[in-house]
Design a protein around this ligand. Sequence first.
Ligand code: G
Ligand code: G
Ligand code: NA
Length: 252
Amino acid sequence: TMIAKYLHSALENHEFVLHYQPQVNAATGDVIGLEALVRWNHPEKGLLLPGYFISAVEEAGLMTQLTDWVIHEVCRQLAAWKREGLQILRTSVNISNSWFYNRNLIPMLMSIFGHYGLAPDCLEFEITESTALLEEHYPLLQQMRDRGIIVSVDDFGTKYSSLNYLKHFPVNKIKIDRTFIVGIGQSSIDETIIKSIAYVASQLGYHLIAEGVEKREQANFLLAHGCKHVQGFLFYRPLPAGEIGPLLKRLE
Ligand code: G
Ligand code: G
Ligand code: NA
């Protein structure tokens, strides 16, 4: 595609930037984590959202390179905040399928953490249910978990094999998809699905978060059913790194 042609140079010219969406405890409003979301700071078109370029990145075979960059950039940023004396928060990174293949990931990650002076549990990996992980990747996920890296299933409930996914992969966090959250107060099906997911998470001892929370009523429903961690426009939009520092300052 047209975009694909420019992606190589975008990576080389450092045109990608990360925004961070704060995750909050809906009961207290406290910020408890961040999700890193990539944007392309295009020299002519301005700031582009992933919907515009992510599939082209995949098609151009550059996803692994972009993901490596995101992980480095998150670690660099967390180390910078730490140096400023700020309390750093666990930050989640969206991981695509191809990132897992044919690589020595644990040593690579450990060397990145070592380089930036960070503990591995400062990162969380969000994988989507459509990620076709292979059996050979299970030990890898297990090793990440053993080191304190949270492995979460993004967009939970939107694919055909959600529960099966939990059964077969060593994940330990569920992110309830926003398509269910919009149904709160409107659809008893969505509400029942949310309650069921929350039950499964509590029984299996998983961390739980809901995304796409836009209304107080939705946050209240989630709180009432055992999901206190939320992410959504009701609290914060994804923000440039410069606007996150002051939020971290307030945590002290
Ligand atoms: O903010 P929003 O428009 O930023 O992001 C849209 C989607 O793009 C997200 O749901 C996420 O799946 C995807 N996305 C955002 N950042 C990344 C990234 O760093 N890597 C991957 N693989 N996907 C991302
Ligand atoms: O699925 P994932 O966690 O990667 O989703 C991140 C995407 O969701 C980003 O595009 C982000 O901008 C968007 N997003 C975050 N909060 C909300 C929200 O409250 N409402 C909507 N519609 N989108 C949101
Ligand atoms: Na995500």
